[in-house]
Design a protein around this ligand. Structure first.
Ligand SMILES: *[C@@H]1O[C@H](CO)[C@@H](O)[C@H](O)[C@H]1NC(C)=O
Ligand SMILES: *[C@@H]1O[C@H](CO)[C@@H](O)[C@H](O)[C@H]1NC(C)=O
Ligand SMILES: *[C@@H]1O[C@H](CO)[C@@H](O)[C@H](O)[C@H]1NC(C)=O
Ligand SMILES: *[C@@H]1O[C@H](CO)[C@@H](O)[C@H](O)[C@H]1NC(C)=O
Length: 442
């Protein structure tokens, strides 16, 4: 009966994008396909970088807040293979294979540490074409979540489109899409362990680009670490392979068992204004081993009164963004160290060099190091510092300044290119975030 109601809602309310939306979908999908090493002309590369930079900015502006999770210890472990979504799906997030329902239906889902909710494309609704949509009717374990249930109070912008006795829905804006999803529960497995009654949204109405299925790894009540805290104890880590790789050679490790024993950790901070996000205390930046004169206010922790500022670790933003004074200091120090001929800014990047093989001065890239409270220093070699177009022969400092205004003007985001080939541990149970170098690009 309940499944029947959901079906009626799906077929009655979900419509395909209008022709205008379709063309915008195509346009965006094209500008998102980003492969500097695929022999693309510089202009295409610049356009795609610009698009990615814009997407990063839009993302930072819409990171969703939700309520906090708790910290009970779990005993399971699971190693989930992950790959960059850029090559496979033209999205900035890393992706994993998930199995949803009974019998299991396989889906590719984005992993997002700065978001709590999960959603998947469902039959009858516009979907990203990467994998067939989830069909709730073909799962014997799917249940809609009713209006008035506790989960319905945890989603962003909840509504009851068909009255109080029906399925709870929620609206969200994410990347280039806005959608309404119907809340439901089913068995979800990432690699080994099946999680019964996992709460997620079934995409119902989509405006703009149909979003990829996604599992939120934020800190709120509906995130994967919170919904599985009895299994995995709110502990996970990942190693992100190079964004150029197309192999599932990275791992998302779930649970406290199997995490690195020796890893340097810094305290995890909680910002009550943005409780989903993983805040850390960045205390300094070095370029080529030398401390950069960053004004203390540019790295200071978030302001407790307004929630502005501070530093988060995020894997759904590609390029690190630093508040304007911090970025200016890093960029100036970087420019002083690099002797190669500078070229015009490219995409969102303002510090670019001629890196052709025949260039008289090769680009020698200084390391960049971020230091966090607890004397944790993450030293990033060239692959985490510059982005190169092998065809065009241009190398750019792969970081940018935070937006000039808005709530995120002072927010520093340690993004995925800077985390590639590092293991990053999110130990929510013990309030810490760890970093260790680890090669995971195949
Ligand atoms: C949610 O999205 C749907 C479809 O776009 C819209 O009709 C509805 O008004 C939205 N609800 C809220 C609460 O914003
Ligand atoms: C880089 O330098 C080479 C050799 O001097 C030159 O042929 C090429 O046009 C330069 N590329 C850019 C983007 O300036
Ligand atoms: C950040 O770390 C610095 C240096 O250890 C310390 O003085 C400061 O109190 C820390 N800030 C927060 C919010 O923990
Ligand atoms: C992906 O992995 C396979 C073996 O696991 C290897 O043969 C192949 O070269 C890898 N591809 C890339 C692009 O590294």
């Amino acid at each position: 009966m309940s499944i029947f109601i959901v079906l009626v809602l799906l077929s009655a309310f979900c419509w395909a994008p209008s022709p205008a939306m379709r063309s915008s979908t195509l346009h965006l999908a094209r500008s998102h396909s980003f492969s500097p090493d695929a022999g693309a002309p510089i202009t295409t590369w610049a356009a795609s970088l610009a698009a990615q930079s814009a997407a990063d900015a839009a993302r930072i502006a819409t990171l969703v807040a939700s309520s906090g999770g708790s910290t009970k210890k779990g005993h399971h472990r699971s190693f989930v293979p992950i790959a960059p979504g850029r090559q496979i799906l033209s999205i900035p997030n890393y992706v994993a294979r998930a199995r949803l329902g009974t019998p299991p239906q396989t889906l590719v889902v984005a992993i997002d540490p700065s978001n709590d909710a999960a959603w998947v494309p469902c039959t009858g609704c516009a979907s990203a074409s990467s994998s067939p949509p989830f069909a709730p009717t073909r799962s014997s374990t799917y249940r809609p979540v009713r209006c008035g249930s506790p989960q319905c109070a945890q989603v962003p912008n909840p509504s009851c489109p068909r009255g109080a006795a029906t399925s709870c829905a929620f609206n969200l804006t994410y990347a280039s899409s806005a959608f309404e999803a119907l809340l439901g529960q089913d068995t979800l497995a990432l690699e080994n362990d099946a999680v019964a009654s996992y709460t997620f949204g079934c995409l119902h109405v989509v405006t703009g680009v149909p979003p990829q299925g996604l599992v939120g790894f934020g800190r709120g009540a509906l995130s994967f670490p919170s919904q599985t805290k009895d299994m995995y104890g709110s502990v996970f880590s990942y190693c992100l392979p190079s964004y150029r790789s197309s192999n599932f050679s990275g791992t998302l490790r779930l649970g406290p068992i199997g995490q690195p024993k020796r890893i340097k950790t810094t305290p995890l901070l909680s910002n009550p204004h943005r409780p989903s996000l993983y805040y850390v205390n960045m205390t300094g930046i070095r370029v080529g081993g030398k401390p950069v004169p960053v004004p203390a206010s540019a790295l200071a922790s978030f302001d407790p009164a307004s929630g502005r500022g501070g530093t988060i670790v995020d894997a759904g933003t590609m390029f690190t963004r630093l508040s304007a004074p911090a970025y200016a200091a890093v960029r100036d120090a970087f420019r002083r160290r690099v002797r190669a001929p500078a070229v015009a800014p490219l995409g969102g990047f303002d510090t670019c060099y001629n890196a052709t093989a025949v260039s008289s001065v090769p680009v020698t890239v200084p390391s960049v190091a971020f230091t966090f409270e607890g004397a944790v220093t993450v030293t990033m070699p060239e692959e985490n510092v510059v982005i190169r177009s092998s065809s065009g022969g241009v190398a750019c400092l792969a970081m940018a300044a935070a937006p000039a205004d808005g709530v995120d003007a002072a927010l520093n985001v340690v993004a995925s290119v800077q985390q590639q080939n590092h293991r990053v541990l999110f130990d929510v149970a013990n309030g810490r975030v760890g970093f260790a170098r680890e090669l995971c690009t195949a």
